[in-house]
Design a protein around this ligand. Sequence first.
Ligand SMILES: NC(=O)c1ccc[n+]([C@@H]2O[C@H](COP(=O)([O-])OP(=O)(O)OC[C@H]3O[C@@H](n4cnc5c(N)ncnc54)[C@H](O)[C@@H]3O)[C@@H](O)[C@H]2O)c1
Length: 261
Amino acid sequence: MTDSLFDVSGRIAVVTGGMGQLGAVYAAGLAERGMRVAIFDVADGDVPEGARAYAVDVTDRSAIEAALRELEVEWGVPRLLVNNAGLDSPPDAPAEEVGPFEDYPEASFDAVMDVNVKGAFLCCQVVGGAMAREGRGSIVNVSSVYGLLSPVQDLYAYRRERGETFVKPVAYSVSKSAILNLTRYLATYWARSGVRVNTLTLAGVWNDKPAEFLEAYEARVPMGRMLEAKEALGAVVFLASDASSYVTGANVVVDGGWSAW
Ligand SMILES: NC(=O)c1ccc[n+]([C@@H]2O[C@H](COP(=O)([O-])OP(=O)(O)OC[C@H]3O[C@@H](n4cnc5c(N)ncnc54)[C@H](O)[C@@H]3O)[C@@H](O)[C@H]2O)c1
């Protein structure tokens, strides 16, 4: 049986940051479900069947507009926008990025806010604006448990025990908090225009992280493990499909229980 409730086939999606770890899973997973997927990214990478890549820096409004124009001619107006492009400071970030809060570089703050907040804002203006003119669409703005709650600095204690300085930086958290209210603002603004806007909040995704980090992280999660990238896809399909037709302004939290205690 094919379930029409979750059917997204034939619809057009824009996935920003679609060359990254999670974005590639969304792009492939949506294409497998029959969506035509436009990847907006500054990086190159594999393009799954059913997808196309557009060189777009999400901080550049004219680049978003140019890609949308091309996309509209080739395919039509998108039904889904996943604002997934993002900058973070990974556990192996250079020392100046991960020092004390008091010394966190202003330029790093601007760079993170530019991609994570202004990039999502501009994509909403341009792509969301086109959806609103069509009277339909769904926007998924990606946040993090670090945007809901403070990072747990203890997870990085193993680095301090090695004599390194490591403080999980502030800009990522601030930027991901901003996403929550960008979502609420637009959900109400476009509520009667047929465009639904929701946040997808994720916990840390498993990849090749240092063993000490993994151990500390897993101990902190009620489910006892990190998120696997493919486990974030179900929420994106739900929010893209008519199964979520009355869901707007919400925060869908996929965090293994991280924020539950
Ligand atoms: N990985 C995690 O643990 C985790 C946890 C919670 C939330 N998230 C969020 O999920 C999203 C994806 O994370 P990821 O782990 O796949 O990251 P990633 O670094 O693997 O991918 C990010 C992608 O964004 C692209 N990008 C960066 N700047 C851009 C710009 N200016 N214009 C266009 N594209 C740009 C990069 O080229 C990359 O392909 C991010 O918003 C991140 O904050 C990730």
